[in-house]
Design a protein around this ligand. Sequence first.
Ligand SMILES: [Zn+2]
Length: 417
Amino acid sequence: MDLDDLSIDESRIGRELSRLAEFSAAPAPAVTRVLFSPEDLAARAYLSDLAAEAGLTVRTDAVGNLFMRWEGSQPDLPAVATGSHCDAIPHSGQYDGTVGVLGGLEAIRALQRCGSAPRRSIELVMFTAEEPTRYGIGCLGSRLLAGVLEPAAADALKDAEGTTLAQLRATAGCTGELASVELASGHYHRFVELHIEQGPLLERDGVDIGAVTAIAAPAALRVKYGGPGGHAGAVLMVDRRDPLLPAARLALAVDRAARESGAPDTVATVGVMDVHPRAINSIPREVTLEIDVRDIDGPRRDAVLEQIDASAEQYGNDARCMTAIEVLNADPPATCDKTIVAAIEAAAAAAGLSCQRMISRAYHDSLFMSLAAPTAMIFIPCREGISHRPEEFAAPSAMAGGVEVLARTLWQLASEK
Ligand SMILES: [Zn+2]
């Protein structure tokens, strides 16, 4: 098929994104859409309706991943998949994830308007709970698809109200066994995700498209220190076992471990430090830190994790505090598929758009999809690299460019024998 007639409906993408953003627990322009909340369910219904309107076959799995399929002329061949997520962390923006879902839909519609069906089916996926908001673990849906999260452990996850995932998904109508979510090997021919960059590089360099070649490996640790607490006036310094002190030392050690890794690609952050009982006249009794560590090199990231772990232990002992260290996740980095990266570059050239290779330092469903199928990502610029805030913005022309590159890439990959 000739893609010369390919045209992307730029205004429709904008309208549908704005409509989707209305399904929010926070007032506009902020978006809050947490897994299986009324807003999330409404967004899912909206998306299913749009997909059905485009003639796609819609299916939901046991964890709520939504699959929308455009049947190819050889439907028995493994499909080419695209997609992203529609959940949004509290008070975030309207472009993270959604551009890859509604953009994926528009890419399919644009190809449909060109007149013929692809050889391989093209399947749009909306992944369940890419954001860790409700259950503390990111990419719930894609982890289960890739088979790297134990179904029973996933079902037993509890949210802040104590509702397990098993209970919650049942109320949302997802009643099957979680074990059925895992994709058989070879289920998808290839997977490609369109996403806003969430960083400043494309905008700064004036480049239209990023072809992602690797996704950094995320890891997260939770460290708890405990002590007896006591009255801030009455307990003498010599008698104290204050858990805030090892926590404070550990925050500095986390920063140092990343800075001294030998590579600028290592980053480490203490994003949470909760102090209890958090009263000015009370010695802390418990301090919890949550630590995020990432790198594009798995062994180097693991070495930093080990160093942090050893420091955490040592500082706890020094302060005679109870110490508990829990690894929340430590995922390997992903290398993107060369064939898809080349297809993205060729698609950008055909669309008359500039393109550069880059690394994704945030992680996405693609990190886990790369374990199930050859995978790559398409990035588009977002204003000032801002994301996870209401000010998040991608220009309509940038989105249309990304959708055109996605459409051309999907067509190319779906034409492969
Ligand atoms: Zn995202």
